[in-house]
Design a binder for this molecule. Structure first.
Ligand SMILES: [Ca+2]
Ligand SMILES: [Ca+2]
Length: 177
């Protein structure tokens, strides 16, 4: 695995561990889902439901595929296996990526404005400076919008073990990981 991918994985693990007890459990994903939904109060109910479903599936997939010692929790060591066999997670990550990105597209035109983007990323726990740098890297248009597809693909690349020099690396720059 590339060093950049290791850093990205370490950061996302620390964010997914919403209660900070060092292991991932079902409750972490429930909390994260609630926090993210609260960040976009104007989002439509269907998009919100899709995101909650995606978070639930994310957890189910992780615990099914990665809980090597079968204690119902996913430790960091167990979690790192997800990047070693990305094909087992591709469908789950893709569903999650689109559910999150579409939640930021409140008028359904296929574009995400800066405000919902930064609100959602802050709710997940990414540092503000890094979130702004990522948005710039995505190349917002003249009206300061980014295609939903660009964001969703950026999330998928973030999990790819063999990628470096991608926009998602902005999220680990300067952070304490
Ligand atoms: Ca936890
Ligand atoms: Ca475990």
């Amino acid at each position: 695995m590339r060093a950049e991918a290791t850093q990205r994985v370490r950061l996302v693990f620390s964010l997914l561990d919403a209660d900070g007890n060092g292991v991932l459990e079902a409750q972490d994903f429930t909390s994260m889902g609630e926090r993210v939904a609260a960040a976009v109060p104007g989002a439509d109910g269907e998009a919100m439901a899709r995101l909650r479903t995606a978070f639930a599936r994310y957890w189910t997939t992780l615990v099914t595929e990665l809980d090597a010692d079968a204690d119902g929790r996913v430790s960091f060591e167990e979690y790192t296996a997800c990047v070693l066999s990305p094909e087992r997670f591709d469908a789950t990550v893709t569903e999650f990526a689109w559910a999150l990105a579409e939640l930021g597209d409140q008028d359904g035109d296929g574009l995400v404005e800066r405000q919902p983007f930064t609100a959602l990323m802050a709710a997940i726990g990414f540092a503000e400076d890094n979130t702004v740098a990522l948005y710039e890297e995505f190349g917002p248009d003249a009206e300061d919008r980014v295609p939903v597809r660009v964001w969703a693909e950026g999330i998928r690349d973030y999990y790819a073990p063999d990628k470096a020099g991608i926009p998602g690396d902005r999220l680990v720059t300067g952070s304490a990981v």
